[in-house]
Write a protein that binds this ligand. Structure first.
Ligand code: FEO
Length: 135
């Protein structure tokens, strides 16, 4: 069973970012499945790297669009992206070094991060960007 499922409540009203969030959810679920199926370190490491790279590109795309439209909460939102990125890079480093197995608590962190950030912070830019003609 998937760890997280997309639903309309997660929509931020910007199509590009809804699509990217859906893809991120798919990737977190893939990581969850790989762990549950007891896949090897190489496989899990690759899935984790893919997720982190996709996330970095996603954050950069949001930052760019918010900045281009002078979104008032841009700085605050970008700071949260930076913080989340540092946290996942730490997880990745620990995993690669073999000091930290990916555990259920890591999956809980990723799940919370995805749902809380999307619902709590990302949703804020929807109406503003829609008002600038971004749908
Ligand atoms: Fe969709 Fe602000 O990350």
């Amino acid at each position: 069973m998937a760890l997280i499922a997309w639903n309309d409540k997660l929509s931020v009203q910007v199509r590009q970012f809804d699509d990217e969030h859906k893809k991120l959810i798919v990737m977190v679920n893939q990581l969850h499945d790989a762990m549950k199926e007891g896949k090897g370190k190489q496989v899990i490491g690759d899935v984790l790297n893919g997720l982190i790279n996709y996330t970095k590109n996603h954050f950069a795309a949001e930052d760019k669009l918010m900045k281009a439209h002078a979104y008032p909460d841009y700085e605050k939102h970008k700071k949260e992206h930076n913080q989340l990125t540092l946290t996942v890079l730490d997880l990745q480093k620990g995993y690669a070094a073999g000091s930290a197995p990916l555990s259920q608590s890591v999956m809980s962190f990723l799940k919370d991060w995805l749902t809380n950030h999307i619902q709590g912070v990302d949703k804020g830019y929807g109406p503003y960007l829609n008002g600038k003609g971004v749908k």
